[in-house]
Design a protein around this ligand. Structure first.
Ligand SMILES: CC(C)(COP(=O)(O)OP(=O)(O)OC[C@H]1O[C@@H](n2cnc3c(N)ncnc32)[C@H](O)[C@@H]1OP(=O)(O)O)[C@@H](O)C(=O)NCCC(=O)NCCS
Length: 153
């Protein structure tokens, strides 16, 4: 996949590229500047890209550090779990939604029809983000966590 240039419509552009398999530095760079922090094993898992695990990285021109990362892990025939992180200073500017749209388009092209996302129960941004690019079917509260299930077909 080539680099995609995306205009967010308010003077901010981002470049979106797939994560190179094993690129733990990029994963760490996002998560060192975003919540939540990841363990070394989690960083390694996120950076391990293969046919089952697709990861996209967003970069703002002029900033050498990545602005956001999004991951899609196939969990079954047509289902996948997705996760996102945008670094603090780039939040609420549309980058998460833009990256989600690209990730979901890639998933759809690869035959994924249903996604789930796990997040904190009070994470209104994550729920709004998924609502903006998928048809939310179910929102289930499990203690402090929220599981969002959505269709993307
Ligand atoms: C969740 C997260 C990825 C959103 O990224 P973002 O780039 O800030 O999101 P966007 O600017 O594209 O906004 C997406 C939607 O969330 C809303 N939103 C953004 N920040 C918000 C906030 N702090 N409170 C409430 N809503 C918020 C936006 O208004 C938008 O909704 P709309 O489409 O109805 O207008 C980002 O906050 C983040 O990295 N959080 C920490 C990690 C995380 O929680 N990941 C989700 C687990 S799946």
């Amino acid at each position: 996949m080539q680099t995609r240039a995306i205009s967010l419509g308010h003077g901010l552009d981002v470049f979106v590229t797939p994560l190179r398999d094993g690129d733990e530095e990029t994963v760490r760079s996002v998560f060192n500047r975003a919540e939540p922090c990841l363990t070394a094993a989690e960083v390694g898992g996120l950076a391990a890209v293969d046919a089952r695990h697709h990861v996209l990285v967003a970069q703002v021109p002029g900033d050498r550090e990545p602005a956001a990362i999004a991951s899609l892990v196939r969990t079954g025939g047509t289902s996948a779990e997705i996760a996102f992180a945008v670094v603090d200073r780039y939040r609420h500017r549309g980058i998460g939604s833009a990256l989600a749209r690209e990730l979901i388009a890639d998933g759809r092209a690869a035959g994924v029809t249903d996604i789930t996302a796990l997040t904190a129960a009070d994470n209104r941004a994550a729920l709004a983000l998924i609502r903006s690019c998928a048809k939310v079917r179910r929102v289930a509260f499990e203690g402090p966590e929220l599981t969002i299930s959505a269709a993307i077909a």
